[in-house]
Design a protein around this ligand. Structure first.
Ligand code: SAM
Ligand code: SF4
Length: 443
C-alpha cells in the first residue's frame, strides 16, 4: 500500500517539476513514507531520521519530510520530537506536497494532515519507482472503517472510499500495453469495493462510451471481471480480502478467469472465537473455515495465506492453542505473523489491558512461526514433480545463472535460466524445495 502511495507522490512531484533521485547525496529533499501499524515500524523510522542528522551536517541544504500513517498519527508533534524534520504530510494530502516543499524552502516548517472522504488520486498515473517493468500495484480504494479493535488504520487513513473503475481499468490497460504482465489491485478490504454510476456516462469493458439511465453498481467481482478481461496474458492479483465479505460471487469470477491468480490472502488474526469477538473481526472460526472450504470448492489449486496476531489482550493458552489448531486445519502456504503491539487511540488501547508479557507474546509467536514453517515445507514438498506456468521476473539472488518467477499461487520458483527472458511466461517443473522456495527446471 505504501509502495503504491510513494508512486503517486512521485507522480505529483514530477508533474510539479521535481526530479526523483535514488541516492541521499543527490537529494535536496528526502521524503520517508511511513507505516504506523506496529510500534517497531515507527521506531525504525525514528532511528533512520536520527541517523540522517550526520548526513545533514555534511549536506546542509538537505531537508527531511515524513509522509503517510506516522505523519497522520503524530502530526506536528513529530517535528517537535525529531528536530531535524521539516515537513509532515498525511496520506490524503499528497496533492499539496509541492506547496509544502515550497514553504520549507522559504524557511518554514510545513504540516498537512487533513483526512478526506473522497480523495482516491484516481486521475494520477503513478510513477513506477524501482519497477521491474513486469509487476505493478494499482490502488483501487483507500481508508478503512472496520475498526478492528487493535488497528490504527481507520485513524490514520480515514473513511473507506472506492476509486472510479474506469480509471482502474485504464491504468491496468496502459501497464499491459507498456509490457507489464501482472497487476495487484490493492485496498484494506477489497471485498467491500463499490462504485455506483447514476444516469451517467459510462465506458463499457471494450472502451466504448455510453450513457445509461438508472443505476449501475460495480462491486469487487465486477471490477475483477473487467480487469481480467483486458487480456488473458495479464495476471491479476489482489490484497487484502477481509474474511467477513469474501463472497461466492468473487470466487465464481476468479474460477472463470485463468489469469486471476490462484492465491487468496485471507487474514484470520486468531483461531479463537473469543479473541475474534474482542478484536471486532465480525466473523467466527466456523465462518472462516466455511470460506476456506468455498475457496477450495471453486478452485482446488488455490493457495491461501494469512495474517495472525499473537498475544492480543486477554489471550489465554487455550485461545493460543485454538490458533495453532486452525493453522493445522487450513495449512496455509504463507503467513505474516505478528506480536500484538498496542496502538494509541484504538479501541483496545482505551478499553483492554495489554496484559500478555512481551516474553510470552514472543514464545507464542515463535510457536506459530515454527508450526507454519513446517506446514509450508510439507505443502512445498507436495509440489515436487508438478509443472507450473511461471511469470519470469528476474535474475535469482543465489546465482546469475538462474532466474526466478512466480506461479499463479504466488510461490517463488528458481530455475536455470536457459533461453528464458524476464517478462515472459515459461513452464517449469518443480524438482525440489525449501519452506520458502521451489527449485525447478524449464520444460
Ligand atoms: N486490512 C487487512 C485486514 O484486515 O486483514 C490488514 C491490514 S494491516 C495493515 C496488516 C496486518 O497487520 C493485519 O492483518 C494484522 O495482522 C496486523 N496488525 C494490525 N494492527 C496490529 C497491531 N496493533 N499489532 C500487531 N499486528 C497488527
Ligand atoms: Fe485494520 Fe481491520 Fe481495517 Fe484491516 S480491516 S485495516 S485490520 S481495521
Amino acid at each position: 500500500m505504501n509502495f503504491a502511495d510513494s508512486e503517486v507522490v512521485g507522480a505529483i512531484l514530477t508533474a510539479a517539476g521535481h526530479t526523483v533521485v535514488t541516492t541521499v547525496e543527490e537529494a535536496t529533499f528526502l521524503l520517508i513514507n511511513t507505516c504506523a501499524i506496529r510500534d517497531n515500524a515507527e521506531q525504525r523510522v525514528r532511528h533512520r531520521v536520527r541517523e540522517l542528522r550526520a548526513i545533514q551536517n555534511r549536506h546542509r541544504e538537505l531537508r527531511i519530510g515524513i509522509l503517510g500513517c506516522m505523519a497522520e498519527r503524530l502530526q506536528s508533534r513529530l517535528m517537535a520530537e525529531e528536530d531535524n524534520l521539516s515537513l509532515v504530510c498525511g496520506p490524503d494530502a499528497y496533492r499539496r506536497l509541492p506547496e509544502l516543499i515550497e514553504q520549507v524552502r522559504n524557511g518554514q516548517q510545513a504540516a498537512e494532515t487533513e483526512l478526506s472522504t473522497t480523495e482516491t488520486y484516481a486521475d494520477i498515473e503513478p510513477v513506477r519507482l524501482g519497477s521491474n517493468g513486469i509487476s505493478a500495484y494499482i490502488s483501487i480504494m483507500r481508508g478503512c472503517q472496520n475498526y478492528c479493535s487493535y488497528c490504527v488504520v481507520p485513524y490514520t487513513r480515514g473513511r473507506e472510499r472506492s476509486r472510479d473503475p474506469q480509471t482502474i481499468v485504464a491504468e491496468a490497460r496502459s501497464l499491459f500495453d507498456r509490457g507489464y504482465r501482472e497487476v495487484t489491485l490493492l485496498g484494506q478490504n477489497v471485498n467491500s469495493y463499490e462504485w455506483r454510476v447514476e444516469n451517467g456516462e459510462w465506458r463499457t469493458e471494450s472502451g466504448e462510451r455510453r450513457v445509461e439511465n438508472g443505476e449501475r453498481r460495480v462491486g469487487f467481482p465486477e471490477l475483477m471481471d473487467m480487469v481480467a478481461s483486458i487480456d488473458p496474458q495479464l495476471r491479476v492479483r489482489f490484497a487484502t480480502s477481509h474474511p467477513k465479505d469474501l463472497s461466492d460471487k468473487l470466487l465464481e469470477v476468479m474460477a472463470a478467469h485463468q489469469n486471476i491468480c490462484r492465491c487468496i490472502h485471507l487474514p484470520v488474526q486468531s483461531g479463537s472465537n473469543r479473541m475474534l469477538k474482542a478484536m471486532n473481526r465480525k466473523y467466527t472460526v466456523e465462518w472462516y473455515l466455511d470460506r476456506v472450504d468455498a475457496i477450495r470448492r471453486f478452485m482446488p489449486d488455490c493457495s491461501i495465506t494469512t495474517d495472525v496476531i499473537a498475544g492480543f489482550c486477554g489471550e489465554t493458552l487455550d485461545d493460543h492453542q485454538a490458533t495453532l489448531d486452525l493453522f493445522h486445519k487450513v495449512r496455509y502456504d504463507y503467513a505474516f505473523m505478528f506480536k500484538y503491539s498496542e496502538r494509541e487511540g484504538t479501541y483496545a488501547s482505551r478499553h483492554m489491558p495489554d496484559d500478555i508479557l512481551d516474553a510470552e507474546k514472543t514464545r507464542r509467536l515463535n510457536e506459530i512461526i515454527a508450526l507454519q514453517g513446517q506446514i509450508a515445507l510439507e505443502n512445498n514438498q507436495k509440489e515436487i514433480g508438478r509443472e507450473y506456468e511461471v511469470l519470469v521476473e528476474g535474475v535469482s539472488h543465489r546465482s546469475d545463472k538462474q532466474l526466478f518467477g512466480r506461479n499463479s499461487q504466488n510461490k517463488v520458483i528458481v530455475f536455470d535460466r536457459g533461453d528464458a527472458q524476464p517478462g515472459t511466461y515459461r513452464r517449469v517443473r518443480v524438482d525440489s524445495c525449501t519452506a520458502a522456495t521451489l527449485l525447478g527446471t524449464l520444460v
